[in-house]
Design a protein around this ligand. Sequence first.
Ligand code: BTN
Length: 280
Amino acid sequence: MTAPYADLSRPPLSAAALSAALAPDGFWRRVDVVPSTGSTNADLAVRALGGEPEGALLLAEHQTGGRGRLDRRWVSPPRAGLTLSMLLRPAAVPTERRGWLPLLVGLALAETVTRIGKIPAYLKWPNDLLLGAERGKAAGVLAQVVGDAVVVGVGMNVTTRADELPTGEATSLVIAGSSCTDRGPLVRALARGVAGWYGALREAAGDARSCGLWAAYLRYCETIGQQLTVTRPGQDPLAGRAIGVDDGGRLLLRVGAGQHTMLASGDITHLRPVERTQRR
Ligand code: BTN
């Protein structure tokens, strides 16, 4: 018999198993797994424009044109990680508070890795998932507004080896010592976490503080209190100290004596070494 896939350490995902596990929770209406596509975000954006309701989860075993934040790319070998997108229609969340949507997905990633992988996880604002003493990036989130929908994509390196990672600053769950590298349980935990926090944010009409999202996010976010630099396409770099996250999910930065600015996006570099203590 011919094996259905060549790399036994990287088994395929099962859409049927994921659908069966997630359906009873109520939010995830449709789960698809495709063997290969350009970008799951791009695919769900097309479906969103076609009027599809929220609650769609699209996973690809491989992407040929994966997109990252700030016009970067997301590259991963087939079945080595999670490349997935979620379709949300956040009518109950005022537009100015929707910045919390990608942050809540980052939080769900950190909670998933902590709970299922049993390793400490950290967030760099807005939603990079960092692992290990060197704080390598293991996952990122890309949110795109499509009319009144929001497509939120997640890329996470799971069994990716060091020689397969795109940069020396990246890492994966297997390299960081995760006790689980089975993508099925990771997807289920992530999807449930996102549905839970999204439901809470909707019920609170987008108020991240009153629904507990703000406090939960800050427990994982290492950016607050850090001296950092920010780079943004087409703009001068900015230096400052991060002092908080506001009701819209923006980073509050002190840039000089009595001078503050709010950031809605940007690429952050933490300038001082993080305290290597486990805070949870
Ligand atoms: C980042 O730059 O940190 C965000 C990376 C997001 C990548 C994911 S992979 C699945 C989804 N489809 C894409 O094209 N991008 C996102």
